[in-house]
Write a protein that binds this ligand. Structure first.
Ligand code: NAG
Ligand code: NAG
Ligand code: NAG
Ligand code: NAG
Ligand code: NAG
Ligand code: NAG
Length: 379
């Protein structure tokens, strides 16, 4: 309903103003969000959380991080199809490759600086893992692995919206200046492209909220299990450091970096049983695909965006830069500075950084969203 009115308003305005961006801030009530992610089989959690909130989802966009953008866009589509949501929320595929990084470069970097616990789409191809349902890595970005989809079948490519992710983001921010939150839980490639396509993009968005950019987790990567090393390493920024630098130095009104705090949020067996007992299409998919040994990274970042006042219990602000020196062992890591010591030779941005989140509230948002899934009317 909200979407229908918005489209109608856009059409009316377009008819009278031609191609000039339409500024009509305040005419629509719902806060708006674009969810950009390297979507996987259970990331419908994010869609359902946003549907349960006052936010209107303008669209889902995919990027290359855990897997290739195409595979991720199809996970986004399947996520919507589980609840008939593909009729009101478009999916826009993102760009296949990072700005500069390639699988060869990343594998060479790992040869010099040490293997990453998880290399995302640039992990060497593993056909055994793919046959068992893992998303594709390395090789051809157009490869689709049907066994990784809920129901074992990949959705129809033709149901993806033909507008590329970056162009869609630019269009939406022009249509609703000051109103669109950009939520980012994968690589920054699409958002960097949007910023370069339209120099007013970052300034005219409402905010950027993203998952990634851990600070000082090196020790945690060497004193625990392999899973702990994985949990404390980050592929989102690391797979496209140059894009991350473009995005994190752009003139956003507001940036929230959700990093380390998300690592303490897990669903436990009690939570999962409560969800499974409901037995809807989403909980069935969770039963099959949810990886409870990983924190609720993306859901925590989204919860921070949806309910900043209640979810963030302690936060600070600092300036961030991204290491883009390929030779550096910290290539693709963020570096934080307080104002007093922030670099003078370049303009960095201040980000809001939650030290801690209300774990119970985040889990409640996730459980409620999956147990009482919203429909197109809620968008
Ligand atoms: C490939 O994936 C399988 C199944 O997940 C795993 O056991 C194996 O170690 C992987 N091979 C390599 C070279 O990583
Ligand atoms: C693609 O998405 C745009 C923006 O939401 C929309 O205007 C357009 O109608 C969509 N195209 C198709 C074929 O659905
Ligand atoms: C930035 O976002 C935070 C959290 O939502 C909010 O408290 C703050 O007022 C915002 N700042 C601006 C300048 O919009
Ligand atoms: C799981 O978490 C819930 C609430 O967060 C708690 O009440 C419950 O006792 C926990 N269950 C287990 C098995 O730890
Ligand atoms: C869940 O529902 C499906 C039908 O949609 C049914 O086949 C299955 O047995 C149910 N599972 C449980 C645990 O109730
Ligand atoms: C917030 O977290 C910081 C860093 O862990 C800590 O130093 C500070 O005491 C915390 N503040 C509150 C009010 O808990």
């Amino acid at each position: 309903m909200k979407a229908a009115i918005a489209v109608l308003l856009a059409l009316c305005a377009a008819a009278t103003t031609g191609l000039v961006p339409i500024k009509r801030q305040g005419e629509t009530e719902a806060p708006k969000v674009i969810l950009d992610n390297d979507w996987g089989p259970t990331d419908f959690i994010l869609v359902l959380m946003a549907l349960a909130s006052p936010y209107q989802i303008l669209g889902l966009t995919s990027n290359t991080a855990n897997s290739w953008a195409l595979q991720c866009s199809l996970h986004a589509l399947r996520s919507l199809q589980l609840g008939g949501l593909e009729n009101c929320i478009p999916v826009h595929k993102g760009t296949d490759y990072p700005l500069l990084n390639t699988a060869d470069l990343q594998q060479s970097w790992e040869y010099i600086h040490g293997a990453l616990p998880w290399s995302g789409a640039f992990a060497p191809m593993n056909m055994t893992a793919e046959a068992a349902g893992s998303d594709p890595t390395d090789g051809n970005p157009n490869r689709i692995v049907p066994s990784s989809f809920v129901d074992g079948k990949a959705p129809d490519l033709n149901q993806l919206n033909g507008t590329m992710a970056a162009a869609f983001m630019v269009d939406m921010v022009r249509e609703y200046p000051g109103e669109v939150s950009i939520y980012a839980a994968g690589s920054f490639t699409n958002i960097a492209l949007a910023i370069r396509l339209d120099p007013t993009f970052a300034q005219n968005a409402k905010e950027l909220v993203f998952m990634g950019g851990y600070i000082d987790t090196n020790l945690l990567m060497v004193t625990g299990s392999a899973n702990e090393a994985d949990i404390n390493s980050d592929i989102n920024i690391k797979i496209d450091p140059e894009a991350a630098k473009i995005v994190l130095t752009a003139d956003w009104q507001n940036i929230t970096l959700v990093g380390n705090a998300a690592n303490s949020v897990f669903l436990n067996q009690t939570d999962l049983e409560e969800i499974y007992n409901v037995n809807n299409s989403f909980s069935q998919a969770m039963m099959q695909y949810f990886q409870a040994y990983f924190p609720l990274w993306d859901a925590t970042a989204l919860a921070v965006m949806l309910e900043p006042e209640t979810v963030v219990t302690n936060s600070t602000d600092f300036f961030v830069d991204v290491d883009v020196a390929w030779y550096s062992p910290y290539y693709g890591n963020v570096r934080a500075s307080q104002q007093m010591y922030a670099p003078k030779g370049q303009t960095l941005r201040s980000v809001r950084y939650p030290f801690a989140v209300d774990v119970e509230r985040v889990k409640e948002l996730v459980r409620d969203a999956v147990m009482q899934p919203g429909s197109c009317e809620d968008n």
